[in-house]
Design a protein around this ligand. Sequence first.
Ligand code: NAP
Length: 259
Amino acid sequence: MAAQRPERPLSDRRHLMITGGSRGIGAAVCRLAARDGWNVSLTYRSDATAAAGVVADVQRAGARALSMRADVSDEAALASAFARSVAVLGPLEGLVINAGMLGPSGTLLDLTAERIRRTVDVNVTGAILTARDGARSMALSKGGTGGTMVVVSSTAARIGSPNEFVDYAASKGAMDTLTLGLSKELAAEGIRVNAVRPGLIETAIHADAGVPDRVARLSSVVPMGRGGTAEEVAETILWLLSPAASYVTGAIVDVAGGR
Ligand code: NAP
């Protein structure tokens, strides 16, 4: 029989960690999490100024926050970030596996081994390491209190992103499979695991991939006729993390305007 989750006073702010929380979807999750009663730890890769801005916003909303520089593909750096966040904010109860990257847009014929390895290192290896470290902290069998994880996949996982980023799409396909496996493996540990698949969302990831106008250019292929906002994705993530989704695990939720 699965162990029961201990009761906690409602007044306690719980600890949510978000990888890649300094910008875009991750930053929106941090801000909404403060609204919804979480304390927030976030990781980032390089943009310390953006991370500090998110920390200040979360603190202004009345929550505790800290940021840690850690590339998710660096196992030791990631483990240090988990250890520090738990030492400062207490036991982890929520985790958003969000950090991800998109290489320059192009066809299969343009891809190099170096670029493919980096995409897989960050988007796949980094996500699995993040899930592992989170589970080590939350699992009932390890003395944790259980919790919830949300994996940030992409509609690319089911569209395939031909002529744009097939390596990225393949890495996001792995996120869907990871979500299914983790939800089954971790259920008895008191951990729910779900995923969101954002569609075309207005963040800097497109400009970083060399296509700043991508969302505007492709919005006509979205049934709702527009790109989405980081906040629209974050609201779905916050719902999956909340007790309102207490019987939801292994779900992959499209936040994509019908695309
Ligand atoms: P973004 O605006 O580019 O933000 C990416 C965040 O991840 C930043 O905080 C960045 O930190 C961090 N990051 C990047 N590489 C990292 C690494 N190796 N280690 C640790 N942190 C790293 O991207 P976004 O659009 O919000 O995307 C967030 C997630 O949503 C990604 O997994 C992406 O694949 C997914 N997604 C996005 C869209 C979309 O249209 N925007 C659609 C579907 C899925 P720094 O600021 O320090 O670099």
